[in-house]
Design a protein around this ligand. Structure first.
Ligand code: ZN
Length: 151
């Protein structure tokens, strides 16, 4: 007997995103590029924010600018955030090093075809015409019992 996957809204959002990434990036190469880009963009953004916070913090201490538009953020909040972001960036840096190793792998066209095939099985397109028709038929069945009784 298989265990029911959690159906809370966070998990549902995760399943949806997970499937979308398989459907939209169905090859080994696309997954490599996608993951590389996502780690890089995460690190770029986090570093930039950490730099800005650092700048903001030192400016505050140099001219005690009380008219600052960001004065609703406290010094402690900024210091903690910088620390947090530095930790995250260190982790991302380690992941990047591992990703470089993953980037060394290459697969042949026929194996890439297998990837596409399996991707379609794992994450079929919810807007696929056949599937929409099937769903519509399903929902039109007049004496359809309660959905829960199907489980
Ligand atoms: Zn959950």
């Amino acid at each position: 007997m298989t265990e029911e996957p959690c159906q809370c809204s966070d998990c549902k959002r995760f399943y949806k995103e997970h499937d979308r990434l398989i459907r939209e990036f169905p090859t080994f190469k696309q997954q490599q590029e996608l993951n590389w880009a996502s780690i890089q963009s995460f690190r770029t953004l986090s570093s930039k924010v950490a730099d800005e916070l650092q700048k903001q913090l030192s400016e505050r201490h140099s001219n005690e600018n009380l008219n600052s538009t960001d004065k609703h953020i406290t010094d402690i909040e900024i210091t903690e955030a910088i620390e947090e972001l530095e930790n995250v960036n260190a982790y991302l840096h380690s992941i990047e090093a591992l990703m470089e190793r993953i980037f060394d792998s290459k697969l042949s066209q026929s194996i890439e075809f297998k990837f596409k095939e399996i991707a379609q099985e794992l994450a079929p397109d919810p807007f696929n015409v056949d599937r929409i028709i099937l769903n519509r038929l399903f929902h039109q069945t007049p004496d359809l019992p309660d959905k829960n009784s199907f489980n």
